[in-house]
Design a binder for this molecule. Sequence first.
Ligand code: DCS
Length: 289
Amino acid sequence: MEFALLNGDIIQRSEAKVDVEDRGYQFGDGVYEVIRIYNGKMFTVEQHLERFFKSAESIAISFPYTKPQLKEMLEELLVKNNLATGTIYMQVTRGIAPRNHVFPTGKVTPTLLAYTIKAERPLENMKSGVKTILTEDIRWLRCDIKSLNLLPNLLAKQKASEQGCFEAIQHRGQDVTEGSLSNVFIVKNGEVITHESNHLILKGITKDVILKLCSKNHIPVQERTFTLTELNEAEEVFLSSSISEVMPIIEIDGKKVNAGIPGPLTLKLQNLFEKEIEKQCGVLVGKII
Ligand code: DCS
């Protein structure tokens, strides 16, 4: 039997239902997180909780729980669902109220939901690398909030999928921002470059782990905007996310990157990332290297 966490209670997943007037359902009025699970343990959980609370706060949703309380509930859910490798999806919405664009007045309890998904590490794609397309970034100007409103991201990902590609790399004019659900990195003159964490992208937790690993291992890094020309001329390109870890990009709009194979620095970072997982969550069974 599978369980879900709904408003503080762990209940059967099939019983977890929300009202038709939940503002998440009607407006996408809420925020979410996806936490990676390895060996039954949450990877970088503190950072995810921090970002979850920050996203909620930035749209004026306040939780009836503290971070440690929520963490404890998530741990209980993991044990109940006996999940070894996968993800926890969690979201909070402003709650249930008669449909009105204005926030409800009076006390409305936010709807908090979490459930688990079994998902192995994408080892095949991580070994061979993935194909991508380019697409104009048509999102709003608060991409730092992990909002439930994902329509532009879905349109971008769908376009990639229809062209047999794994991800869409978004750009605002000449400037590359990020993937539809990932951050994007290039390697230029042996240096790792990725968009600075501002309002135009999501401050990826995987991205931050990678940046720390770079600085610990004396790999030069620049967090700055880079252009389509720089992307086109890059020695290596890769993306990052909680689900995809360090994922080599071997093709962009039909043009090969690094002759169509994952580059040496990308492989090194995959290796370092894997070691970081093992440090936090214990020895992995299926490994990339
Ligand atoms: N950028 C966007 C737009 C994202 O949606 C995500 C993650 C990332 C970057 C990478 O962030 P993390 O490294 O913190 O995962 N998106 C989640 C999602 O919607 N599904 O999986 C991860």
